[in-house]
Design a protein around this ligand. Structure first.
Ligand SMILES: NC(=O)c1ccc[n+]([C@@H]2O[C@H](COP(=O)([O-])OP(=O)(O)OC[C@H]3O[C@@H](n4cnc5c(N)ncnc54)[C@H](OP(=O)(O)O)[C@@H]3O)[C@@H](O)[C@H]2O)c1
Length: 321
């Protein structure tokens, strides 16, 4: 029986990892709510690891937010994320944890990175300024894993890996009217427009930017796949100072295509307009997931199917409130 600690189990990705792992045999899942342990608190984290014999860690806890939150609270984003990562990775090492998976984000890549973004684009240019503090903390997380592997991999047999997800959506998402990502925001807007019998919905920008989306259960499955990869195979496709792995769906869609799909999913029959006076953001953001594909994993949940499941989750949440 191995003990697996899921840091951030109450979040969207941590929850999905827990859903999958809880179906497996011979695994004891360890979780702790923020009230029990604040992961930015070094002594609390060390005590937790010392008191529990942990074999593997999924590090899915982070301070996460949209552009507005990143712009308003940059100090909280860099400080809390650095502390969570440093505390957990060091406590894991000190307490004999051999395997750990750190979750980063696609925002680690330079603002003008070539598309699709490959892993080796890391640290080749300036970051997007709005979420630079968060991105720097995520890059530090990758480098923490690599540095511990380089210094202690041989002597202590540790193997700490990193995955960089594209935009995620699905159960456990945040559907807040002002503070949510594009898919949950569109699900809410089209749902409310349908309920109110509105004749049209207007979307910010031209609808032409291209974005990639991955259903969260696919993300969780990819995390478990990467964690369990044979070390020789993993080493074959990574290097000691370029070890992270992109996790994407592999295809992108325009915002207009996405809006049409969401409207169909929700059953909104009115018109969709675009407001080109509002900002579009970067024209394209797509991960190159070749490395992960070569390592034997590919996304299986289509956007169409994922949106239907996400809308169910939205409706269930809406009914609970
Ligand atoms: N969602 C996306 O589209 C996306 C895209 C790329 C990368 N990622 C990455 O994937 C990971 C998981 O994201 P997510 O969407 O699942 O985020 P989430 O839903 O916000 O979950 C984050 C979890 O971390 C916990 N947490 C944060 N600070 C903590 C602290 N100081 N002490 C204890 N727990 C703390 C939160 O606890 P509470 O429940 O108490 O707040 C929450 O359960 C993150 O590293 C994120 O950067 C996400």
């Amino acid at each position: 029986m191995k003990t697996i600690f899921i840091a951030g189990h109450a979040g969207m990705v941590g929850g999905a990892i827990q859903r999958i792992l809880s179906k497996e045999q011979n695994i004891k899942i360890l979780i702790a709510n923020r009230a029990e342990i604040d992961l930015t608190n070094q002594s609390a984290v060390h005590l937790f690891f010392a008191q529990n014999k942990i074999d593997e860690v999924y590090l899915a806890a982070a301070k996460v937010g949209g552009i507005h939150a990143n712009n308003t609270y940059p100090a909280e984003f860099i400080y809390q994320n650095l502390m969570i990562e440093a505390n957990i990775i060091n406590a894991a090492f000190k307490n004999g944890v051999k395997k750990l998976l750190f979750l980063g984000s696609s925002c680690i890549y330079p603002k003008l990175a070539e598309q699709p973004m490959r892993e080796d684009a890391l640290l080749t240019g300036s970051l997007e300024s709005t979420n630079e503090p968060y991105a720097i903390a995520k890059i530090a997380g990758i480098k923490l894993c690599e540095s511990y592997n380089r210094q202690y991999g041989q002597s202590h047999g540790i193997d700490y890996r990193s995955v960089m997800p594209t935009n995620l959506y699905g159960p456990g998402d945040n559907y807040h009217p002002e503070n949510s990502h594009v898919i949950p925001a569109l699900l809410r807007r089209f749902h409310e427009a349908k309920e109110s019998n509105f004749e049209s919905v207007t979307i910010w920008g031209t609808g032409t930017p291209r974005r990639e989306f991955l259903y969260v259960d696919d993300m969780a499955a990819a995390c478990i796949h990467v964690m369990n990869l044979d070390k020789l195979l993993y080493d074959q496709y990574t290097s000691s100072m370029l070890s992270h792995i992109n996790v994407g769906y592999g295809e992108d869609v325009t915002i207009a295509e996405l809006a049409t799909l969401v409207a169909e999913t929700v059953g909104f029959v009115g018109s969709i307009y675009y407001d080109p006076t509002k900002p579009d953001g970067t024209p394209r953001k797509l991960m190159d997931s070749t490395r992960l594909n070569q390592l034997g994993w590919k996304a299986t949940i289509s956007l169409d199917k994922g949106l239907k499941m996400a809308y169910q989750d939205f409706l269930e949440k809406d009914n609970r409130q």
